[in-house]
Design a binder for this molecule. Sequence first.
Ligand SMILES: Cc1cc2nc3c(=O)[nH]c(=O)nc-3n(C[C@H](O)[C@H](O)[C@H](O)COP(=O)(O)O)c2cc1C
Length: 95
Amino acid sequence: MLILFGTVTGNAESLAQRTAEVIARRGFDVRVKDMAHYTVDALSQESCVVIITSTYGNGEPPDDAAPFWAGSRAKRRLEFTWDKIFRPGAGQFHL
Ligand SMILES: Cc1cc2nc3c(=O)[nH]c(=O)nc-3n(C[C@H](O)[C@H](O)[C@H](O)COP(=O)(O)O)c2cc1C
């Protein structure tokens, strides 16, 4: 399993690492990577991907994660949409 995170100040990365620890303790093989440094084409080698990203501005991914997200949509490499992503944010933002 691959957990991809998108972050600006580290919250989503921390959450991704903690999630991976829980999954690994249950005996699963899990890796954690930053969306900012992950290529869309590499997705074809993954069987299960979880995305944990913070949101900014109008509920969008961090700037450095945006190219991956846009590319995955353009190339139709992900079967799910933005509203299915785990996006911890702040309660005062209404999406
Ligand atoms: C300028 C700014 C814009 C934000 N916009 C949103 C938003 O649109 N929706 C949301 O849920 N949270 C928003 N937040 C809250 C962040 O997503 C939240 O603080 C998150 O925990 C940051 O995670 P990170 O450390 O992984 O970047 C915003 C925060 C800042 C500072």
